[in-house]
Write a protein that binds this ligand. Structure first.
Ligand code: ATP
Ligand code: MG
Length: 283
């Protein structure tokens, strides 16, 4: 493999320079972290599953007209994505009370929210990604009102779509975190696209009947094998065969490559549709 320049190493992924200036490569690591990095473990196969699940969900979302950074999978652990300027906020959409919402407001885990709840967090590891309101975003210039409106509108559509998709598979989408990025077009027009990843690392997915958790809470709360949970999600999505592709910590690479190819064909078929411009960039 050719040596590429690393741009950023995060807790779960590494970003490398892409083949051209408009793209970067996302490499999915096996590292699992929780509680702001205080808990850390390397879990064989996690990166492969997240890469696969995220590629699939991004492709599906493109299919309903949500612009995303995803271009195509490169291999088991890597995907080619458009290089974006990350908006420094995390948008969390919640359908059911769990995690920090319960802690903050004293809610019981599992309480169905009267209406899905949109929350914002400032992306700043040193501060522990604090909860913020829309006014903070505008006042501190992290996004302008047009961008904010667009991100929130996309999040609602994504929630509707993913809720349907997962509930048909017997899974409840409890909540999820989104990141967005800016891309400027040839004529200086700005596009807001969905970036980062959508995987069981940043979604909560529960079995609709039993409430069993298949997401990163397995790791956070020591509820059992993390990879087993992620494999279960991938299986239900039809991305890997029943019985999984990771056994005893080793990945069936041959099978995984074949599956990647299928995903790429899907992505190829949708072609890179023209992005819908939002507003001209200020001079
Ligand atoms: N298309 C993209 N172009 C540029 N950067 C991206 C893109 N998609 C995601 N990123 C950024 O790359 C990093 C991915 O790494 P990772 O998810 O491991 O980060 P992290 O440890 O969670 O830290 P962070 O708090 O920065 O998200 C994130 O900072 C994310 O915002
Ligand atoms: Mg991240």
């Amino acid at each position: 493999m050719t040596r590429r320049k690393m741009i950023y190493e995060g807790k779960a992924k590494i970003i490398y320079e892409g083949p051209d200036a408009n793209t970067v490569v996302q490499y999915f690591k096996d590292d699992a972290t929780a509680f702001n990095g205080k808990k850390h473990e390397v879990i064989a196969g996690k990166g492969v599953l997240n890469n696969r699940i995220s590629a699939h969900l991004m492709t599906k979302l493109e299919g309903i007209g949500i612009p995303t950074h995803f271009i195509r999978s490169i291999n088991m652990r890597e995907q080619l994505v458009r290089s974006v300027e990350i908006v420094p906020i995390e948008l969390v959409m919640r359908n059911v009370a769990a995690g920090s919402l319960c802690k903050r407001l004293g809610l019981k885990e599992g309480e169905i929210l009267r209406k899905p709840l949109v929350e914002f967090y400032y992306k700043k590891d040193e501060l522990g990604d604090p909860l913020i309101g829309e006014d903070h975003i505008i006042t501190f210039g992290w996004a302008d009102p047009y961008e904010l409106e667009e991100m929130v509108a996309m999040a609602w559509r994504i929630n509707d779509y993913l809720n349907g998709l997962f509930s048909a598979l017997g899974l409840t989408l409890v909540d999820f975190k989104l990141e967005f990025g800016r891309i400027w077009g040839e004529h200086g027009e700005l596009y807001i696209v969905l970036a980062d990843e959508i995987s069981p690392d940043n979604c909560r997915l529960w079995d609709s009947k039993t409430g069993e958790k298949f997401d990163k809470d397995r790791f956070r709360q020591d509820l059992g094998d993390l990879v087993e949970g992620y494999q279960y999600v991938a299986e239900r999505l039809g991305l890997i065969p029943e019985g999984g592709i990771i056994k005893g910590g080793s990945v069936n690479e041959k099978m995984m490559e074949g599956l990647d190819q299928i995903e790429n064909e899907l992505a190829e078929r949708r072609r890179l549709r023209d992005l819908k411009p939002t507003r001209p960039r200020k001079a």
